[in-house]
Structure formats: structure tokens, C-alpha cells
Ligand binder design. Structure first.
Ligand SMILES: [Fe+2]
Ligand SMILES: [Fe+2]
Length: 396
């Protein structure tokens, strides 16, 4: 399958992977031939990209590490939690019964989210696949889909770091709910397609404190999980928010430092790396997703002052630079200028995947052939500019 920005779809293209809306319901099934109307409807529904069949890499299925079912159910529960809202708005003294009913609903949903955490943990820990983020998000389900991605990537990093099941559980729950405070932030600020004013920025940043307060008030997570929501925007050098806590750039700490209130909690530092990765690798209303090779570079550059160095090192050993299905161009080496699609990632060489070459340096189509870039130290992989999505505003 090939990932194609919605702006570049053509009538006649065939859907390669079933497309769902933000509630997990099917919009277009795998195998459907796109028409101009269907493409227009994808644009209206603010989808950024879809997978299509191209006859060359159709045997390569971009697998999401969590099943479609678990992802859809989890997204639904988190979005229901958001829908219940921060409080009973508009009533100065809401009836006791209404308050109790709302509390009851929140608790029922939280029980479901806890069950989702178990399902996600089981699926992720069961699979030996090496994968990055492949699930496609639409503009409207970003926060929820992003939450699942952050949980999955955090668990994968935690597995590399050999965390125990209890810690993985705290990490997964805290990551899934890290942005729950965004329910308090107006849509207009969350999705503003331009820079925020100082005041808007302060409101946006308050999602950390408000999320933490919400989690504590409703007894949703334990001490550590709630602190992941509180601390995921803190930075190693103390320039983050809301409290300007510092990190140690280490993970192997004594018991005292693991729970040091002056420091960022190590599990929040893992969630922070997963959060940055998911944000950079996703299309947003105001910018297209960054090219995968750029995401890897930016995260490496953030290590030390922003992100915990040891966590970033574990991340690099866990998440491949290019997801399966990513289009790439080879620069330097034997196949300089050739283009292809990533078909396999191997442990120990996560920046050097196997690429199916599809066209040569002059753009002539080739009989597709798989080439292991690990065997060519002179070749570098970059994303061809034509494969990146245009920002939504440019799509129209
Ligand atoms: Fe956040
Ligand atoms: Fe986030």
C-alpha cells in the first residue's frame, strides 16, 4: 500500500486500508474505487492522507501495532469522556442528582479506559513487530488518536527499558490521558491555524494543570499516572511548563530520585518523548507532518536540554525512522536518485530499512526490486517532497 495525501488522490485510485471516522465507524472500505465525489467528501471530512493500492507494494500492509478494534474502542471512550465535559455548564447550582449522574458516568467510562489500557498493553507486549505510527488521523480526531499513539509508543519505549508490568500500566494510563486537560481549552485555540497570542498560549498550556486537577478530583489515575498529565511538557533544563521542573537526563536512578518531587518523573519523561514524536509525525491543520527523517533528527537534537537523553536513546532503539509503506528517495551510494517504498525494518538497523525500488534517477519505472540499504553505508534516505501532505488550508 502507498500512503497518499488526500490532495493528491485521483478518481480511480483504490482504497488500500479501510478508512474510519473519528468514532471508529467505517467511511470507505478497503477495495472501494474512489470517485471525485468520494475524494471531495474525504476533504470535507478533513482527512489528510489515505493508503491506496498501486500494484507495486500492495503486499506491504502498514500494520498498526494495536488492532483496529482496540484503537477504535479506546478512541470512543476518550472522546466520550471529553464529551461529558469539564463540568455542568450553565447551571450555577446544578441539581445534586445531575452531579451524581455525571460522576457515575465518568467513573463508568474510566473503568472502560482502564480495561482499554490492559487490552493495549497485551496487544503491544504480545507482538514482536517493529513499527512506528502508521494509523492515519483526521483533523477532527487528532487529540484522541494522538492519545492512543502516545500510549503505544510510550509502552514500546518502556518495553525496551524493561519496565515492570505495574510501571507499564501507569505509563500507559497516564499517556492515554496526558492531554485530558484539553477538554477545558476552547476549540478555536486548540485548532487555530496560526501562532497563538500570549494569552492563548497561557490558556493552551493550562491543559497540564487542569488535566491533573481533573484526574485527581475524579480519582482517575494513581499518583504517577496523574503526574504524567501534569509533567509531560516539562523539560530537562527547567524551561518547560507548568512548574519548570528539571530532569537528570538519566533513567537509572535510585528509589529516592525516582520519586523526587523536585524532578520530572521518569515515566513522564518517557511520555514526553512519545508525545513529541506523535505530534511531529502527524498532519495538523497548520502544517503537514514532518518528513520521518526530519522527525528523527529533531528528536535527537532535543535530547539533553528538552528530552531525557536516555529515553531518546531507548526511543532510537525502538521506533524505526521510516514506517512501512513510507515513500523514500535514495541519496548517494549505488542507487543515488532512485525512489522506492520502505518494505521492512530490522532490529539493530532502524535507520536502514529494506526499500522496494520503483523508479530510477531519471524517473523511469523499474521492475520492482527490494534493496537492503544496510548494505550501502553511502546511501541516505529522504522523503520525496511530493509525498508530503499539504496543510489543510492549502487543500481548501
Ligand atoms: Fe500536552
Ligand atoms: Fe500530547
Amino acid at each position: 500500500m502507498r500512503r497518499v495525501p488526500v490532495s493528491r488522490l485521483r478518481p480511480g485510485d483504490v482504497v488500500g486500508v479501510t478508512i474510519r471516522n473519528e468514532r471508529g465507524d467505517i467511511l470507505l472500505r478497503e477495495g472501494v474505487t474512489l470517485t471525485a465525489e468520494l475524494i471531495a467528501s474525504l476533504q470535507r471530512r478533513r482527512h489528510f492522507a489515505v493508503y491506496v493500492r498501486d500494484g507495486i507494494v500492495d503486499d506491504v500492509i502498514p500494520h498498526d501495532i494495536v488492532s483496529e478494534r482496540v484503537r477504535a474502542v479506546t478512541i470512543r471512550h476518550i472522546s466520550d469522556l471529553f464529551e461529558l465535559g469539564p463540568s455542568l455548564n450553565g447551571e450555577s447550582q446544578p441539581a445534586r442528582k445531575a452531579v451524581r449522574l455525571r460522576e457515575h458516568r465518568i467513573h463508568r467510562l474510566v473503568e472502560r479506559v482502564r480495561a482499554d489500557v490492559d487490552l493495549i498493553l497485551n496487544e503491544v507486549l504480545d507482538r514482536d513487530t517493529i513499527t512506528g505510527i502508521t494509523a492515519l488521523k483526521s483533523y477532527d480526531d487528532y487529540t484522541f488518536s494522538h492519545s492512543v499513539d502516545v500510549a503505544v509508543v510510550a509502552i514500546l519505549i518502556g518495553r525496551t527499558l524493561r519496565l515492570g508490568r505495574d510501571e507499564l500500566n501507569q505509563l500507559a494510563l497516564g499517556s492515554l490521558l496526558h492531554d485530558i486537560g484539553k477538554m477545558f481549552i476552547p476549540e478555536a485555540i486548540l485548532n487555530k491555524p496560526g501562532p497563538l497570542t500570549d494569552e492563548e498560549m497561557a490558556t493552551m498550556q493550562s491543559h497540564t494543570v487542569r488535566g491533573f486537577q481533573y484526574l485527581v478530583e475524579h480519582e482517575i489515575g494513581d499518583f504517577v499516572a496523574n503526574h504524567i498529565a501534569f509533567q509531560h511538557h516539562e523539560r530537562q533544563d527547567g524551561t518547560g511548563y507548568p512548574r519548570g521542573l528539571r530532569g537528570t537526563n538519566r533513567l537509572r536512578r535510585g528509589q529516592h530520585d525516582w520519586f523526587n518531587r523536585e524532578r520530572i518523573h521518569p515515566l513522564a519523561e518517557i511520555a514526553a518523548v512519545a508525545d513529541v514524536y506523535s505530534a511531529l509525525a502527524s498532519d495538523r491543520p497548520y502544517r503537514a507532518a514532518m518528513a520521518p527523517e526530519q522527525v528523527a533528527t529533531v528528536i535527537r537534537q532535543m535530547a539533553g536540554h528538552h528530552l531525557n537523553q536516555e529515553v531518546v536513546a531507548a526511543f532510537a532503539l525502538t521506533i524505526p525512522v521510516f514506517p512501512i509503506g513510507a515513500p523514500v528517495r535514495l541519496e548517494g551510494g549505488r542507487y543515488d536518485g532512485y525512489q522506492g517504498v520502505v518494505v521492512e525494518n530490522r532490529p539493530g538497523a532502524l535507520d536502514r530499512p529494506v526499500v522496494r525500488l520503483t523508479s530510477d534517477a531519471q524517473g523511469h519505472l523499474l521492475e520492482p526490486d527490494d534493496f537492503d540499504t544496510a548494505f550501502d553505508p553511502d546511501c541516505r534516505l529522504v522523503t520525496p517532497p511530493a509525498s508530503l501532505a499539504a496543510p489543510l488550508s492549502a487543500v481548501g
